[in-house]
Design a protein around this ligand. Structure first.
Ligand code: SF4
Length: 112
């Protein structure tokens, strides 16, 4: 499998944001850490496992938390950003509000 570079992950994230009508968190330093996490996960597991969650060590067990995760739409709608705060809604982005921890929407029985 071809390894992803940080730059390729960045392009992926920008495409997801564009496709979904979201914005990328403007905190560059913070986003850099998430991009590094996503890149490491891709090169370790073969898919973009959420950088804020643990792997169940199979694509099948991780499928709900492959970025953009199954919970992102609802989280962005309800809290203005996803669990990792990588993606913002346009309204949250425009508000300039601080992002912070939000509850984990992933059902407990799926958490490894
Ligand atoms: S919480 Fe955000 S970064 Fe993590 S998988 Fe979901 S959309 Fe991607």
């Amino acid at each position: 499998m071809k390894e992803k570079t940080l730059e390729e992950t960045k392009v992926f994230v920008e495409r997801v944001a564009q496709h979904q009508g979201w914005r990328v968190n403007p905190d560059r330093e913070f986003v850099q850490t998430l991009l590094e996490g996503l890149t490491t996960n891709f090169n370790r597991y073969g898919y973009f496992l959420c950088p804020c969650r643990d792997s169940g060590n199979s694509r099948e067990r991780d499928k709900d938390v492959i970025c953009p995760c199954l919970y992102s739409k609802e989280d962005i709608q309800e809290y203005g950003h996803c669990y990792c705060a990588l993606f913002f809604s346009p309204a949250f982005y425009a508000s300039g509000k601080e992002y912070g921890p939000i509850p984990e929407r992933r059902p407990e029985h799926l958490i490894p």
